[in-house]
Design a protein around this ligand. Structure first.
Ligand code: MG
Length: 265
């Protein structure tokens, strides 16, 4: 008899735990703005599980997250085209792609995104100012995050490494010496247009070697050399280019994740 009671109690506990686990949350809590979800809503979808990959070291690139589009893994530039749609002329060696014979542009286009990219300035350094280790990550052919050997190599602040070229210098300068691998983690929000005019601007957040250097800054418009061009309407998706500024900068471990809205499975 005692055994039976124990068994029934045990079954009841397991069932109760199961019930709570299956529908943990509430439907009697305040509604969040937007009118879709309660606070701690039991019906709210679970976030998609992602393997985050690994961080890079100077010796080896890390592994991209499981849901990233890998743009360059050290082997080939099949995801890229060269200037004028030709094959990229960049040289691939030792798991890196080296600038040569024009810029390269992704074949695929992306909307709002998180981009990871690693680069290394030529070592020993050659040239000075803008002419040392210059390249760039050019978003949608319009918005450049500068690549530049800014280690003990001053130039105009809004043209140094990780600057939003001609608009915003990085908040600090965490540059490493030439020859070392450096990382950018870039979050880009595409500008939205209404009736041909900018409705919400482009936003950039940038981590440079893990250090925040732009905090969701609103761009004034496309970036330019000695110019401040105004916004011109463009699609919600675009490509990413890497600049040939005539210096053999190397790149590795390039991946991108398009940013989805909350609750999208
Ligand atoms: Mg540049």
């Amino acid at each position: 008899m005692r055994k039976q009671v124990l068994l029934v109690t045990l079954v009841a506990i397991v069932a109760a735990v199961g019930l709570v686990y299956a529908a943990e949350g509430y439907k009697d809590t305040p509604m969040l703005p937007g009118g879709k979800w309660h606070v701690h809503d039991s019906d709210r979808p679970q976030p998609v599980a992602v393997n985050p990959g690994t961080f890079s070291t100077q010796d080896a690139p890390g592994k991209p997250p499981s849901d990233a589009v890998v743009l360059f893994d050290g082997k080939d530039l099949l995801k890229w085209k060269g200037d004028g749609g030709k094959e990229p002329a960049w040289v691939i060696a030792d798991g890196a792609a080296r600038v040569a014979g024009g810029g390269i542009t992704t074949k695929q286009e992306f909307g709002d995104f998180q981009l990871h990219i690693e680069w290394s300035a030529p070592n020993p350094p050659k040239g000075a100012g803008q002419g040392r280790g210059n390249s760039g990550v050019i978003i949608f052919g319009r918005y450049e995050v500068q690549v530049h050997d800014s280690y003990k190599n001053p130039t105009y602040a809004d043209g140094s490494a990780a600057a939003i070229y001609g608009q915003f210098p990085p908040l600090v300068n965490p540059s490493l010496p030439a020859g070392q691998w450096q990382t950018y983690d870039i979050v880009f929000v595409v500008p939205r247009f209404k009736d041909g005019k900018v409705d919400t601007p482009a936003y950039l957040t940038v981590f440079f070697n893990g250090i925040l250097v732009h905090n969701r800054v609103a761009l004034f418009g496309p970036t330019g050399h000695r110019s401040a061009p105004p916004y011109r309407e463009h699609p919600l998706k675009g490509s990413i280019s890497l600049q040939d500024h005539g210096e053999p900068v190397r790149f590795r471990n390039i991946w991108i994740r398009e940013i989805k809205d909350y609750d999208q499975q």
